[in-house]
Design a protein around this ligand. Structure first.
Ligand code: ATP
Ligand code: MG
Length: 389
């Protein structure tokens, strides 16, 4: 798909412009399909602000901001289009005007890509493409070439005929709120914003929980974390963020000696335990973390198993098989990378001096007993605050 935009023309013609929206996996959903479609429509209207009409296999959005359709999970592709009656002369006339206005130059190549979901149209898609192609050659002297042409003319004949010159890729996945609510543990790093986003793309409503080093929860909003929360919120709106100070944990840990190398696993077990309680009280069915197998010392199978054993809720780890570069690419694409690399005083950087790659379970349980971990968890839960974006 071309990333270059040809859409200056859209502003010139207001009366029949619209956005054509196609969704992918939804069509696999059998009897639930209509529910999924209505949910997607609701999400599009909330995020992109237009009025959406439902047709068989596609939607049409009028008004709103088509640029925001790229932020709505569940859309496979979309296009800013011009709608015209299903009449060959009108179609050819509109393509002629638009191509003439948008493109000039002696040696341009073009391809016409027609589809005809509406079989009542009197010509096949091949026939229509041939007629439109002849017109372009005659009117402008351009050459037909189907492979990577300079100009792509897309024509979809449905309830009306939609003409467009660029297909934009959507996020794909499933619409927000069809898969249930989860609680995602988010740090100031690169990974967990991406794991949160990937869960959003699977139809989950993702609440966020962040553990921080400040004495006061309200301070977090003023750090880069505020920017990360808001960026993620663009994909689902109404995000709930739970903020948790980690000082009760830190001070109980400081009282102990001979725990060297175990801090990180202890901290991760503490975080999932607190998060599990928050999840239970707020309708979240699973926890999410940004672990990637073997990336750092806490992410060995042994240590992840020890963390997992601290709770009974499922822990989803969407990035478990991703390498760092793949995660960075995602973070750049969905817009959190630049925020994540800003300096930030994250709790992990404090507890992670020389972590053991293989903490011992008996030792971990003993330390937790010595630090009265249950009490620390309860004390921490008293300090949790919720803000809704
Ligand atoms: P990230 O880039 O997401 O911080 P990481 O590679 O630095 O990941 P760790 O620091 O070991 O890995 O953290 C693993 C996971 O634990 C994170 O992806 C996140 O889900 C969770 N986590 C870590 N620190 C915090 C925190 N301060 N608050 C909430 N969750 C956290
Ligand atoms: Mg981290």
């Amino acid at each position: 798909m071309s990333s270059e935009s040809h859409f200056s023309y859209i502003n010139a013609m207001t009366e029949n412009k619209c956005a054509l929206i196609h969704y992918g996996e939804l069509s696999l959903k059998g009897r639930n399909r209509a529910d999924f479609e209505f949910k997607l429509i609701e999400n599009i209207e909330k995020i992109a602000g237009g009025a959406v009409r439902r047709h068989r296999g596609y939607f049409i959005m009028e008004d709103g901001d088509p640029g925001l359709l790229g932020k709505v999970p569940g859309i496979s592709w979309y296009a800013e289009a011009l709608a015209v009656d299903n009449d060959p002369d009108s179609i050819i006339g509109l393509v002629r005007d638009e191509v003439g206005r948008m493109f000039s130059g002696p040696a341009l190549s073009f391809g016409v890509f027609a589809r005809r979901p509406n079989k009542k149209f009197p010509f096949t898609s091949m026939e229509l493409a041939g007629m439109v192609g002849d017109m372009i050659t005659k009117s402008y002297g351009f050459t037909a070439r189907l492979r990577s042409p300079d100009i792509s003319v897309f024509i979809e004949i449905a309830d009306k005929t939609y003409i467009f010159f660029e297909k934009k890729e959507g996020l794909r996945g499933l619409p927000t709120d069809v898969s249930g609510r989860v609680l995602s543990l988010i740090s100031g790093g690169i990974d967990s914003p991406v794991s949160s986003y990937l869960m959003m793309k699977r139809g989950c409503r993702v609440d966020l929980v962040h553990f921080h080093v400040y004495a006061d929860n309200s301070f977090v909003e003023r750090t880069k974390m505020g920017g990360i929360f808001r960026r993620l919120n663009e994909y689902q709106l109404g995000t709930r963020v739970f903020l948790v100070p980690y000082y009760p944990f830190e001070s109980s840990l400081l009282r102990l000696t001979d725990i060297a190398g175990h801090e990180l696993v202890l901290f991760r077990r503490f975080m999932v335990s607190v998060s599990e309680k928050i999840a239970a009280g707020n309708g979240c069915l699973a926890l999410v973390t940004g672990d990637s197998l073997g990336q750092v010392a806490s992410q060995t199978i042994d240590n992840m198993a020890l963390v997992r054993q601290a709770v009974s809720l499922p822990i989803f780890q969407p990035l478990i098989t991703y390498d760092k570069q793949e995660i960075v690419d995602y973070a750049k694409k969905m817009g959190t990378y630049e925020l994540s690399i800003e300096p930030y005083k994250d709790c992990c950087s404090i507890v992670s001096a020389n972590p053991k790659t293989r903490a011992r379970r008996d030792r971990i349980l003993e330390i937790e007993k010595n630090m009265s971990i249950r009490k620390v968890i309860d004390e921490t839960l008293e300090l949790v605050t919720l803000c809704q974006l």
